[in-house]
Ligand binder design. Structure first.
Ligand code: SF4
Length: 85
């Protein structure tokens, strides 16, 4: 799922962003049931809730699937391939 509502504006007051159900409201109410992709099947899902949302949304636009998760990259062997012994 992608972020709903209007995109946050740089000049929007913080209290408006916090109360807006289309921005921070989605983040405050995240549950493991909503996770998608690799986060949906992750054993850490209930604790992690797709990790650093800002990184996932800014790089992929996805709110519930963090494709840049270090745990996921490590599990897939990507980190070892980047830094061989
Ligand atoms: S961000 Fe990583 S650790 Fe967190 S739920 Fe997703 S795959 Fe699991």
């Amino acid at each position: 799922m992608r972020l709903r509502g209007r995109p946050p504006q740089r000049d929007s007051p913080l209290h408006e962003l916090w109360r807006d159900p289309g921005t921070f409201g989605q983040l405050r109410g995240k549950t493991a049931d909503q996770l998608e992709g690799g986060c949906h099947t992750c054993p850490m899902a209930a604790t992690c809730l797709a990790g650093r949302t800002a990184m996932a949304v800014s790089s992929t636009g996805l709110l519930y699937d963090n494709r840049h998760c270090l745990r996921r990259l490590e599990t897939a062997g990507v980190l070892a391939a980047l830094a061989p012994d």
